[in-house]
Every structure is written in C-alpha cells, then in structure tokens.
Design a protein around this ligand. Structure first.
Ligand SMILES: N[C@@H](CCC(=O)N[C@@H](CS)C(=O)NCC(=O)O)C(=O)O
Length: 367
C-alpha cells in the first residue's frame, strides 16, 4: 500500500514542505493528499500556530491527527509532527543519507533541526511563509533580525564545517527543516552573505525542490496567507515574473453564454492548447481556444452541479482530454481558479459566474 502524506497545503505550509522534501529526496513512493479546508484565520502565538480546531473530526477525516498537518500514513499508522516524519524517512530510506553518518555530526545536525522545530517564533510570526510572494522594502523588527542573524550563524558554521554545498555536505533533514526559511528570506528581501546565497541557490536547483515548486504552484490558494502579504503591501505572486499578459493578446475578458452544444470540443481545444509553442508566441486564436475550453469546463461543472444528467460533463471527460483530468479534478476542488502548468509555465484562469454568464480572466506567468 503506498504511503500517503496528508498536508494542509504545499503552497504555503512550511511544516508540510519539510517532510515532503525529505520523502521526495529519499525517493519514497508516496502520495500527497491536500486537505480540503480553507483556513479562515491563523493566529500564531510565540510562533506556534493557534489553529481554530473546533472541527477536529472533520480534520481527522482529512488525514490530520491533532487538527494540524502534516501527517504521514503508513499501513494504517499515522505519524504526525514534521520532524518525526523526516526521522521516519531517514530510517526507512537509509541509502538517502538524510542524516550524517558520523554520530557526532548527526547529533549536531539534530540539534539544528530541533532548534528550527521549536525556535524562531518571530520569523514564524512576522515573516510568514509564502514562497511565491514578494514584500518590498520590508524591515524585520529587532527580534526577527536577531533570529535571522542566528540562522546566518548556523548556516555559516555548518557550511564551514562541511564545505557545502548543503549544510552537512549532502542534502538532508537539516536542509529540509531550514528550507522554508530560505523561502522566507527571498519573500521578505533578506539579503544573504555570498556564501549563504550560494547555498540557497543550490537548494533552489535541487530536483526535490523543483518538484515541490511544481506541485506548490498547482496547490489551491488560501486567502488567509495571501491577505497577510497584501496587508504588508506585498504581491502574493511577486516571485512569478508576469508574462506579457492578457493585454498583448487583446483579450481582457471573454464570456460564454452559448448552449453546451455550441461549446468547442474540449479535445480540439486541448490539442491546440498543448501546442509546442511557447506561451509568449501563442497566437491569439490558440489563446482564445484555451479560454473557451476553460469556460466550457467551468460551465459544465456548473451545469453538472445543477443537473447531473445533462451530459455536459462527458464532453470534457472524453479520452482525449485525459491529460487534463488532474487539473480539472483540482479545479473541482478549488472551484475558483484553474491552473494549467505546462513546461513550468502557468496559465491562471479566474472565473466569475452570474446570471448564466461566465466571465473568465486569463493571465500568464512564467515561473
Ligand atoms: N509541530 C507541528 C506543527 C504543524 C502545524 O503548525 N501545521 C499548520 C500548518 S503550517 C496547520 O496544520 N495549521 C492548520 C490550521 O491553522 O488550522 C509539526 O511539526 O508538524
């Protein structure tokens, strides 16, 4: 039975990212299950999440144990706490060398991992994790700055002793534990000394990190995290350089109110969409078709909700559209926004529906 990592979100949750990276780097055969829950509010007191767990049973139905995530499920056993999951990965996949082999070095690595698991309350509270956001002109408060300095000290000490490229030479659990801090420094414009920047650069190129990024970009948005960035004057998508944008295609908004039989065949549209052309070179007609497809899916979903027998759902479930099913499934969960990742490019489609009309707004981002 494959193991399953239940996460709240790989887009924003630092705790979920850590064991996900450890498992992925170790080559574990596991599935990721993202909880279907929108967080309304997230308080942090002393850096510890004060989750509003008044729905524990509902959360347990989504794979949680304490009301928080991540949780690894292995043969009916639930392993919670990010660091405990990382430990499991290290023991189950010893060939991945997630801890240093030398006992003293391993003890030291565990010290730094534990320090991250239990410390740095100000980084957690004031520099919240949002890897794709950018907050310009951010000045950490003195308490946060002390913690930033401590992270610098740890990294410097580790890299000096190991010679890099990762904290203990090979990529391991300590790097997983500090990964969300690397993202935070980027989000809030914390300038790293050259040696530490070189370390961060190595991390961003790691296959497991690139794989996380792909999944995180497709992970549903959560307003509570985006709003925190907006409140600081930041851009929740600031790390994703905007493409030339919709205006270049002369398309600001398209609406589709025709009957289902007039919709373009989803498969035709997908073939066009899957054109090998780069996004920048995509001709307006192809873009138009992609939009039409997106709208037809949306409308089909709306209609299917109202009348499961209207046949519209079959239109996009035909075999030729199989490749899109993952996105569609994600969309069905998210109900608000659909992402089409292709060649690490992203098409973001925002929908509005009212009075039988569907409006769609499309924008491109080139990660
Ligand atoms: N000590 C836990 C912390 C887990 C945690 O705080 N998870 C957060 C996500 S970053 C959560 O599940 N929050 C749910 C909520 O706020 O309702 C661990 O190491 O796994």
């Amino acid at each position: 039975m494959p193991i399953e990592l239940a996460v709240i979100t790989l887009r924003y949750s630092s705790w979920s990212m850590r064991p996900w990276l450890a498992l992925t780097h170790a080559g574990a055969d596991f599935q990721t299950r993202t909880a279907e829950i929108q967080l309304e509010k997230q308080d942090s007191v002393g850096g510890v999440v004060q989750a509003q767990v008044d729905d524990l049973e509902a959360r347990r139905a989504q794979g949680s144990v304490t009301g928080l995530w991540p949780v690894l499920h292995v043969d009916g056993v639930a392993i919670h706490e990010a660091l405990a999951i990382c430990e499991y990965a290290a023991e189950r996949y010893p060939e991945a060398d997630l801890w240093p082999s030398d006992p003293m070095r391993r003890a030291q690595a565990r010290s730094f991992a534990c320090e991250m698991a239990t410390g740095f309350p100000n980084l957690r509270e004031f520099l919240s994790c949002h890897p794709f956001a950018r907050v310009p002109d951010y000045t950490p408060n003195p308490a946060s700055q002390r913690e930033i300095d401590r992270v610098f000290e740890i990294w410097d000490q580790c890299l000096e002793a190991s010679g890099g490229p990762f904290l203990f030479g090979k990529f391991g659990i300590v790097d997983c534990m500090y990964f969300p801090v690397i993202t935070r420094f980027a989000t809030y414009g914390v300038v790293l000394p050259p040696r530490l920047q070189a370390y961060a650069d190595e991390i961003w190129e790691l296959p497991a990190v690139l794989a996380w990024r792909e999944l995180a970009l497709r992970s549903p948005r959560m307003n509570v995290y985006d709003d925190a960035i907006l409140a600081l004057g930041g851009d929740p998508d600031g790390a994703l350089p905007a493409g030339d944008g919709l205006d270049d295609f002369g398309l600001e908004e398209a609406s589709w109110d025709g009957p289902p039989e007039e919709w373009p065949r989803a498969s035709e549209v997908l073939v066009a969409y899957a054109s090998p052309l780069g996004v920048e070179d995509m001709p307006p007609e192809t873009m138009q078709q992609a939009i039409a497809f997106a709208v037809s899916v949306w409308t089909a979903v709306v209609l299917a909700d109202e009348n499961a027998d209207d046949g519209s759902l079959d239109d996009f479930r035909e075999p030729a559209v199989g490749a899109a099913e993952a996105e569609i499934a994600e969309f069905l969960i998210n109900r608000k926004r659909m992402l089409f990742p292709k060649d690490r490019r992203l098409m973001v489609v925002d929908f509005t529906a009212s009075e039988g009309q569907v409006g769609v707004q499309v924008s491109w981002r080139l990660p």
